[in-house]
Design a protein around this ligand. Structure first.
Ligand SMILES: Nc1nc2c(ncn2[C@@H]2O[C@H](COP(=O)(O)OP(=O)(O)OP(=O)(O)O)[C@@H](O)[C@H]2O)c(=O)[nH]1
Ligand SMILES: [Mg+2]
Length: 344
């Protein structure tokens, strides 16, 4: 599945710096579109180790697309380019925790409240626009929008209704930002890195009140480190007290928040990481690779990552009876190596 994360937040919070930090190592555009959008490989040591075993012609990591929200006053939410952010699977909200030239000292709590108000206002416009053309709505659509309108109008984020899957489907085409899973990013002044500062705690506390995750980094520092060669990068990160890059933290937090997991396919041609929903059954995982594999699914040969490493090779795993054969009801687990048998 293509995971797209929109980088949002108030003006001058460090969105573009974070975008650069996350994507400097990649191409810079997606599908030939010249947009502030870039695809980043998901860092995964397990894939590196599998490649060291198979020496495949190609190693393909899972990827995440990042979209940088255009700058402007406030959140710049009026901008047309916001349409791109509305297509994102999830949002990361960058919260300024560094002193800024003309904005002054950081005010993270206020900024997070202001940002929520702004996304609710932007969504309110969409919801009210639809309700004004009520004749075009089906009764269930109208009912859902009418439940959403009052809390949006009151600017009361915690009063937003919990919609079920059916209702969310009705709303999904509208790209409402306040309904998207959101992860907070405390964008720290360099000297606050790794110190669990008051600002960082403020952001983490808000994330926990919203039932979500927070990461902490210095986007500026990381965007500079991202320009370095791979070997230099590791040394610099350590020197700067950055234990885990923003990219790695963000991917981990997003997978957790969105209930996603990774599985692998291996071989001499390609070793590859794939992203699927947690608890996905084998045919669904097969479908992540190709729809033919889901349609013609016969069985899956499965082995856990650690078990495979302790066997050392696929032949040894087979000899020791560690390669299991599983049917269509099998739930794939995090990190498993899967080989799909299919027939179309
Ligand atoms: N000290 C410090 N400054 C930062 C950090 N991140 C961003 N800045 C500075 O803050 C300013 C804004 O950074 P941007 O990354 O352009 O912020 P933005 O959110 O994309 O801004 P707009 O697109 O205009 O809303 C720049 O001067 C950056 O150098 C950081 O982690 N630490
Ligand atoms: Mg920007």
């Amino acid at each position: 599945m293509a995971l797209a994360i929109g980088i949002t937040g108030l003006a001058q919070s460090g969105k573009s710096s974070l975008f650069q930090a996350l994507t400097a190592a990649s191409q810079g555009d997606v599908g030939g579109k010249r947009l502030p959008m870039a695809r980043a490989p998901v860092p995964d040591e397990r894939l590196d180790r599998l490649s060291a075993v198979f020496h495949p012609k190609k190693t393909t990591p899972a990827t995440v697309d990042f979209l940088d929200m255009p700058g402007g006053s406030g959140t710049g939410l009026g901008d047309q380019a916001l349409g791109e952010i509305r297509t994102a699977t999830a949002l990361v909200e960058v919260v300024r925790c560094f002193p800024h030239g003309y904005l002054g000292e950081p005010t993270p709590q206020k900024d997070m409240e202001d940002f929520e108000l702004e996304i609710m206002l932007a969504d309110l416009k969409i919801v009210e626009g639809r309700l004004e053309r009520a004749k075009k709505l089906t009764p269930p659509e109208k009912a859902v929008l009418e439940r959403l309108q009052p809390p949006l109008a009151a600017g009361d984020f915690t009063a937003l209704p919990e919609f079920d899957a059916e209702e969310l489907k009705l709303l999904s085409g509208m790209g409402l930002l306040s309904l998207k899973p959101r992860i907070y990013c405390a964008n720290l002044a360099e000297d606050l890195m790794g110190k669990n500062s008051e600002h960082e705690q403020t952001v983490r506390a808000m994330a926990s009140r919203r039932g979500t995750r927070a990461i902490a980094t210095s986007a500026l520092l990381e965007s500079e480190v991202a320009q370095l060669e791979a070997e230099e990068r590791q040394v610099f990160l350590q020197d700067l007290g950055i234990q885990e890059t923003g990219l790695s933290q963000l991917v981990r937090a997003s997978y957790e928040r969105l209930g996603l997991m990774t599985f692998f396919t291996v071989g001499e041609d390609e070793c590859r990481a794939w992203t699927v929903r947690q608890h996905a059954r084998a045919p669904e995982a097969a479908g992540a690779i190709h729809s033919d594999l889901e349609r013609g699914f016969i069985r899956a040969e499965v082995i856990g990552y650690d078990t495979f490493l302790s066997c050392g090779s696929m032949a040894a795993a087979k000899d020791q009876g560690k390669l299991r054969v599983e049917g269509k009801d099998y739930e794939v687990h995090e990190g498993e190596i899967v080989h799909i048998r299919f027939n179309v």
